[in-house]
Design a protein. Structure first.
Length: 142
């Protein structure tokens, strides 16, 4: 009897738990990505160099940090399994990624956004970088 009761309670609670966990993963991934992008922006300002950028790989569900004029990749971050890198608009002619100028602004003032999506809930978070370098997370598409 106890086993049946535990089974029924688990069957009722499990879907809510998976949605809650999916939402947690999405929020965590968005905060981590925004933090990482801010760090790259700070590196560009600290070293007064326009060679710091973030590259996004939608197919691999990851993003990478590149520095120096030698395009040295020094950090690659894979998103959690429950989160999908759905979209970014930083692919412009001559630029493959988010580049920061020495003053911390996106190079040539090309702002944009990254869309992360929860595989469990379908919810989305947007990391928005405006033309003067402000980075924020929002639930509403820009």
């Amino acid at each position: 009897m106890v086993t049946v009761i535990i089974g029924v309670v688990t069957a009722v609670v499990w879907p809510d738990f998976s949605k809650l966990y999916g939402s947690y993963q999405l929020n965590w991934a968005a905060r981590e990505m925004a933090k990482d992008i801010r760090l790259q922006q700070e590196n560009a300002m600290r070293y007064e160099s326009p060679f710091y950028r973030v590259l996004f790989d939608v197919g691999d569900n990851s993003y990478s940090f590149v520095s120096d004029h030698k395009t040295m990749r020094y950090k690659r971050v894979k998103l959690p399994p429950g989160v999908k890198l759905a979209y970014h608009n930083f692919n412009r002619p001559g630029f493959n990624g988010l580049y920061f100028a020495a003053n911390g602004n996106p190079i040539y003032r090309f702002g944009g956004h990254i869309t992360l999506e929860s595989k469990a809930t379908g919810a989305r978070r947007y990391i928005i970088i405006n033309s003067i370098g402000r980075i924020r997370i929002d639930d509403v598409a820009p």
